[in-house]
Ligand binder design. Structure first.
Ligand code: NAD
Ligand code: MG
Length: 402
């Protein structure tokens, strides 16, 4: 252990939900770096979970030695057992086992599952009072009210990992919340920032997932290409930081160096800068309230030369405008927006619908819900609304594909 004593912080036990994804793999690289720096005993692992990549999960478990490894797809249970035979690592399978993994007594839980599927395990971790490093945004968008109420009734703490929200968490003066004028999230603009609308019509999944600055999972890469990601992030910020729609804004910043800007009543604007490397917010969240070494890239501002900013184009990126509408309207719309988007992005990745059809499916799914009800605030009701919206969106995708 170094002179700067992190032993208490780094002795916390950690569970990683979604360990084989982009954030999961980066998380384990931060853990490995911490062990090499501070001692092999730091950041002991309770559980690792993955959905389908059983070979990768087993390799991670052999290397990082959690007590438990869980595979989401039940049909892969036999293979997982075989791969971990003789290691002494417990194994389990199925969605209930993923949720049960979040319930095990790890002080920290990294929520790095993609999509609203993260909601049941994330809520389980909140209920038992864990410290969440929250990368997943869909669970906050789909169930913001429920998430906030459950959090308020628990001893849990949520440290955002999404880079803009982690940045906001670092520069927000929570004690002076009344003096916050605006929180501005930056967007890289994605791979089509400078493309004409005509050219964007025939975008392929390969082009959409080739992000200029970040290497991420397929779903969030498509969301970044449509700017739906930034729209989801506005809603995420609304629920995480209790900020009204009019205090939230987006600016395009192609260098992805400034992640968030907070403007205060006295005219000050505080920004958070770092290289576009998720290992920085991951390390921040895992060491919080202290700070630790991370293997992240460092910023070289002289080499970068300039930072530029521009307004987003809501005509070419209708998904941003749709999410902003849901942010303002509230009620059930964020749940429906998220569910329809998950279905449409999957259909686009499977080449069943075109790039602009993503926005069409989301808009049409939203317009088919005529209810002005509030967002449901129990889990079963959220999951039922999510399932209904998915069914509508699937039907629309089928019609567009025909
Ligand atoms: P990914 O697709 O690379 O990984 C997803 C992980 O979740 C995998 O381990 C997968 O096995 C697991 N998973 C998938 N479906 C599941 C299901 N139904 N049940 C249980 N587990 C399931 O995704 P990612 O890019 O790592 O993103 C994860 C989350 O973090 C997303 O919500 C994303 O928006 C958010 N996020 C990611 C980044 C990034 O740089 N990748 C940045 C900010 C926020
Ligand atoms: Mg982000």
């Amino acid at each position: 252990m170094s002179a700067y004593d992190l032993s208490q912080t780094l002795s916390r036990r950690l569970t990683v939900l979604g360990s084989t994804g982009s954030i999961g793999v980066s998380t384990l690289s931060v853990v490995a770096h911490a062990r090499a720096t501070y001692g092999e005993e730091v950041m002991p692992l309770e559980a690792l979970t993955a959905q389908a990549n059983v070979e990768a999960l087993a390799a991670q478990a052999r290397e990082h030695r959690p007590r438990l490894a869980v595979i989401g797809k039940p049909e892969l249970y036999g293979r997982l057992k075989e791969l971990l035979d003789g290691t002494g690592i417990e194994t389990a399978a199925g969605p209930d086992a993923v949720r049960a993994a979040a319930d095990r007594p790890a002080e920290q839980v990294m929520v790095a599952i993609v999509g609203a599927a993260a909601l049941p395990p994330a809520l389980a971790a909140v209920k038992r009072g864990a410290t969440l490093a929250l990368a997943n945004k869909e669970c906050v968008v789909a169930a913001g009210d429920l998430f906030r109420r459950t959090l308020a009734a628990s001893r849990a703490t949520v440290i955002p990992v999404d880079s803009e929200h982690n940045a906001a968490f670092q520069v927000l003066d929570f004690a002076e919340a009344h003096a916050i004028d605006k929180v501005t999230l930056t967007a890289s603009g994605g791979p089509f920032r400078q493309w004409s609308r005509e050219r964007m019509v025939s975008v392929t999944p390969e082009q959409a997932v080739a992000h200029p600055n970040w290497s991420m999972g397929a779903k969030i890469s498509v969301d970044s290409a449509t700017l739906m990601n930034k729209g989801l992030e506005l809603i995420e910020a609304h629920f995480l930081f209790a900020l009204p729609a009019e205090k939230l804004d987006v600016i395009v910043h192609p260098q992805s160096t400034v992640h968030c800007l907070v403007s205060y009543a006295d005219g000050s604007m505080l920004a958070h800068l770092s290289a576009p490397d998720m290992r920085t917010p991951i390390a921040h969240a895992l060491a919080w309230p202290r700070r630790m070494e991370s293997p992240s890239q460092r910023l070289d501002l002289a080499k970068l030369g300039q930072l530029t900013f521009e307004a987003p184009d809501r005509e070419r990126f209708p998904c941003l405008a749709l999410a902003e509408r849901c942010l303002r309207e509230g009620g059930r719309t964020p749940t429906i927006l998220n569910a329809a988007n998950e279905v449409a992005v999957e259909a686009f990745l499977n080449r069943r619908i075109a790039f602009f059809d993503i926005a069409r499916v989301v808009e049409e799914t939203l317009s088919q819900d005529r209810s002005n009800d509030a967002m449901p605030n129990d889990l079963d009701a959220v999951l039922a609304l999510d399932a209904r919206a998915r069914a509508v969106a699937r039907d629309l995708c089928r019609k567009l594909a025909a």
